[in-house]
Design a binder for this molecule. Structure first.
Ligand SMILES: [Zn+2]
Length: 298
């Protein structure tokens, strides 16, 4: 018996299988997109959950260990992960995922960013100096990133090029059909006035033409003061809004305060895949987002 095991081990070692590509996804949307584009061909580790605030993540030893194994880093970029990713890269000692290497993929490099500040003043909170990085809230952005990510997978894992190409074509077709369906369904949302807690949904609003009339966080990332909230209430007297939107990773204090003062409808959305029970994958995330907005608009 022992000899048999030894023999099969020898057999295995004489036919080396090439190592599976390990992908380190910073946020769930990129883990989910990698899954769509590569299936089980790769090993995906997603560093954060849909209930965590991606602006503030601890570079824990377990994350460093995963970064060490990665052949490809798939993150948002545009400074979203500035507080933790550079540290992970450095501590991992992994040349494959250093900035500029083929294993370093930043989704925002493939999307035109909005809200790039004309004047940079860090005292205004975590200001997103490179522009609004929350690109995953538009499915058009997802498609642009998907194309670039598929090409990158083909580059770093050339052996599976045919599979990646085939999966990209299939994804593109299915996703474009889904976009048409979402757009049609979301037509009643066109022009609807909304308030947000943080500027999380800039790209979603532009896509569906919702009208943002106020942001509760005057300084992005910093809870608003009562004075600032009162200003929003006055603003809403002049231009009323139908709903106030927050993400379910955010403490809802400011949103709840506004609801208690104005009776405005509160909508809590998943910010990414896994942000609530319904949003199990990228398709379900957009289904759920539109369903919740439509319900609040009734
Ligand atoms: Zn932000």
């Amino acid at each position: 018996m022992k000899i048999k095991i030894l023999f099969s081990l020898l057999l295995l070692s004489s036919f080396p299988v090439s190592a599976q590509l390990h992908v380190f996804a910073c946020e769930p949307e990129w883990g989910a997109l990698s899954q769509e584009l590569a299936g089980d061909t790769i090993n995906i580790y997603t560093a954060t959950s849909g209930l965590q605030d991606p602006h503030h993540i601890q570079a824990r030893p377990s994350l460093i260990a995963k970064a060490r194994q990665a052949g490809l880093l798939v993150c948002t970029g545009a400074e979203l992960e500035i507080g933790w990713l550079p540290l992970l890269q450095r501590k991992s000692g992994n040349a494959a995922i250093q900035t500029g290497a083929p294993g370093y993929f930043m989704a925002t490099d493939y999307v035109r960013l909005k809200d790039i500040p004309a004047v940079l003043d860090r005292s205004l909170g975590h200001i997103h100096a490179a522009g609004n990085p929350h690109i995953q809230t538009s499915p058009h952005n997802i498609l642009r990133v998907a194309k670039a990510l598929s090409e990158r997978l083909q580059q770093v894992d050339a052996e599976n090029t045919a599979l990646y190409q085939q999966r990209w074509e299939a994804f593109k077709q299915r996703w474009q059909l889904a976009i048409e369906k979402w757009q049609e369904k979301a037509l009643p949302l066109k022009g609807v006035a909304v308030v947000v807690q943080h500027d999380n949904w800039r790209y979603l609003f532009d896509w569906l033409q919702l009208k943002k009339v106020a942001t509760l966080e005057v300084k992005p990332g910093i809870p608003p003061t009562v004075g600032e909230l009162n200003k929003v209430i006055n603003q809403l007297k002049a231009s009323p809004a139908k709903m106030v939107i927050n993400a379910n990773y955010q403490p809802a204090r400011a949103t709840d305060w506004l609801v208690s003062k104005t009776g405005i409808t509160k909508v809590t959305l998943a910010f990414t895949v896994g942000g609530n029970e319904q949003s199990k994958d990228l398709y379900a995330l957009f289904d759920d987002t539109i369903n919740r907005l439509l319900k609040a608009n009734q």
